[in-house]
Ligand binder design. Structure first.
Ligand SMILES: NC(=O)c1ccc[n+]([C@@H]2O[C@H](COP(=O)([O-])OP(=O)(O)OC[C@H]3O[C@@H](n4cnc5c(N)ncnc54)[C@H](OP(=O)(O)O)[C@@H]3O)[C@@H](O)[C@H]2O)c1
Length: 314
């Protein structure tokens, strides 16, 4: 099969690999599309170095093929798989989506939402799942602030918070204002003109690397700050330092500070399928690239040229 092959951090090429064989609890997918996000860039570059220590491979990537978000058709099932059968159209995550075929555990998949193309479905799992898990505590009538509202996670954050009945304010740069408005936000703040003001019940922080004290101010006296992530060029922790500090600080401050680590699980993707089929959430796909241009797709995300999501189609 054709695949993007990555033996070392920092370089990858289009090459040929054997089609993988599904083991116990696994399925083989004919990949139709693979989502691209900042996580894809992190695993390709091996940066920040923290990710090498937490299990993705110290000297080189554990998976020879990058790409986690996936949509496709089940072409074989391993022993003890009862959830899916050959021919099912699914979406979810795997280790090696930038290939014609990929093996993954059945518990990392859900049925593809009706009415979505494979490209749209591949744009959902990690970003949509992260937003959903970050907004679990939101109740109708609450005020939610989404930082990075025009990005991958933020674009789902705006829609999911709205579907929960919250009043949603999205913060983004000028070129993403139109997209964020189209997602149904109540108020949009272009941070290149003036930054946000006021207080919110929940702040979903998906970009900008603002200080913890700035985020706590936005959460007022009793609000919640969910730190999804942000990018810095610091090589060891990247933007992850705030999540670690938030964990410690949370013990001493009135606001609730959460450093989110999202889970890649089929039941989360199933919740997203329901929201999508109910018309509450729609993936905002900025651009698709063919497999032969997968590295350009990653660069497109890394260089912040995308509004919403980027997808590689196979
Ligand atoms: N914790 C987890 O489990 C988890 C899961 C997924 C992702 N992440 C991390 O979360 C972060 C967001 O992921 P993503 O996929 O949404 O990335 P993304 O698509 O690149 O979106 C980030 C957004 O932040 C915006 N931004 C940059 N500076 C900003 C500022 N000062 N104020 C407001 N917005 C600003 C960017 O827009 P402009 O360029 O227009 O400013 C961009 O739209 C990344 O660091 C990623 O690694 C964490």
């Amino acid at each position: 099969m054709k695949a993007v092959v990555q033996r070392r951090y920092g370089s990858a090429v289009l090459g040929d690999l054997d089609v993988p064989v599904p083991g116990q609890g696994e399925v083989l997918l004919e990949v139709r599309a693979a989502g691209v996000d900042m996580g894809t860039w992190h695993l390709l570059s091996g940066k920040p170095y923290l990710l090498r220590v937490i299990g993705f491979g110290f000297r080189g990537p554990k998976s020879p093929v990058p790409g986690r978000d996936v949509s496709g058709v089940v072409t074989a099932v391993g022993p003890q798989v009862t959830e899916f059968a050959v021919g099912d159209e699914v979406f979810g995550t795997c280790d090696g989506a930038f290939a014609e075929y990929a093996v993954t555990q059945a518990k990392r998949l859900a049925r593809k939402p009706a009415g979505l193309s494979f490209a749209e479905a591949a744009a959902v799992p990690i970003s949509g799942g992260t937003a959903l898990q970050g907004l679990r505590s939101v109740k109708a009538g609450q005020r939610v602030l989404v930082l990075g509202a025009g990005g991958g996670v933020g674009s789902y954050g705006v829609q999911i918070a709205r579907s929960l009945g919250a009043h949603v304010t999205g913060v983004c740069s000028t070129k993403k204002v139109e997209l964020v408005r189209s997602l149904g936000v109540h108020e949009v703040v272009d941070y290149t003109v003036a930054d946000f003001t006021g207080t919110y019940d929940l702040v979903l922080d998906c970009g900008g690397h603002r200080s913890l004290s700035r985020l706590r101010d936005a959460a007022g006296k009793r609000g919640t700050v969910v730190i999804v992530g942000s990018e810095t060029t610091e090589p060891i922790f990247g933007g992850f330092d705030r999540s670690l500090r938030a964990l410690a600080l949370n013990l001493f401050v009135p606001q609730k500070l959460v450093g989110l680590t999202s889970a890649e699980r089929g039941d989360v993707f199933e919740e997203l399928r329901v929201l999508i089929e109910a018309g509450e959430v729609k993936p905002a796909v900025d651009r698709t690239f063919p497999l032969s241009e997968a590295l350009e797709a990653i660069d497109h995300v890394y260089s912040r040229r995308s509004a919403g999501k980027v997808v590689v189609t196979i």
